[in-house]
Design a protein around this ligand. Structure first.
Ligand code: E4P
Length: 215
């Protein structure tokens, strides 16, 4: 499973990209708003940091308005992927954009049936929102698992991005059920690195080294 970072903060993206583990970035209007910066500049800067798919979301509700918006975003950089909401108008836009050769990531996916529709419309990626599904008392990872199964059974090439990841166990579970990608917030990536026994081990090695380093 590949790892994307779910962030619009260029400092976070740069820091984690230097670890060599990040294959792409997802943003959304809420993450962009948190930064309080110009959307186009942020996307451009992210594209200069990470060499991989960078999702930028349209905010129009009608397909006819999503298309020009998507075209403008796609013109920023060849790695830009257009995030489109899972609505009837969104599916229409995905279908048109895929015929134009513009890659899309269908977002706000909460069921395997929605993922199937997005794949059939021609989406390059679908993003089931694991954490938000858990929030309403359903099993987000189960939706990822069902989508993995349906896509494999029917030879659908659309890639699955486990999104709305809230903690390290979500990442592990997404990997175990065969998600292609998990898009992970900065804080969760930091938690994945840490283990108390690693800290204890490093500390002990350094202390032991002190006793022999001048011999
Ligand atoms: C990613 O594509 C989504 O925009 C993101 O994971 C949503 O996460 P949230 O539910 O924590 O806002």
């Amino acid at each position: 499973m590949r790892l994307f970072i779910d962030s619009a903060n260029v400092d976070e993206i740069r820091e984690v990209n230097d670890w060599g583990v990040i294959s792409g970035v997802t943003t959304n209007p809420s993450l962009i708003a948190k930064e309080g910066r110009n959307f186009f500049q942020v996307v451009q800067e992210i594209c200069s940091i990470v060499d991989g798919p960078i999702s930028a979301e349209v905010v129009s509700l009608k397909a006819q308005d999503m298309i020009p918006e998507a075209e403008t975003l796609a013109a920023i950089h060849p790695n830009v992927i257009i995030k489109v909401p899972m609505t009837e108008e969104g599916l229409k836009a995905v279908s048109i954009l895929s015929k134009q050769g513009i890659k899309t990531n269908v977002t706000l996916v909460f069921s395997a049936n929605q993922a199937l529709l997005a794949a059939r419309a021609g989406a390059a990626f679908v993003s089931p929102f694991v954490g938000r599904i858990d929030d309403v008392g359903q099993d987000g990872i189960q939706v990822v698992a069902e989508t993995v199964q349906v896509f494999a059974q029917h030879g659908l090439e659309t890639e699955i991005i486990a999104a709305s990841i809230r903690h390290p166990l979500h990442v592990l579970d997404a990997a175990k059920v065969g998600s292609d990608i998990a898009t992970v917030p900065y804080g969760v990536l930091k938690k994945m690195v840490r283990h108390p026994l690693t800290d204890v081990g490093v500390d002990r090695f350094l202390k032991d080294w002190e006793t022999v380093k001048n011999k």
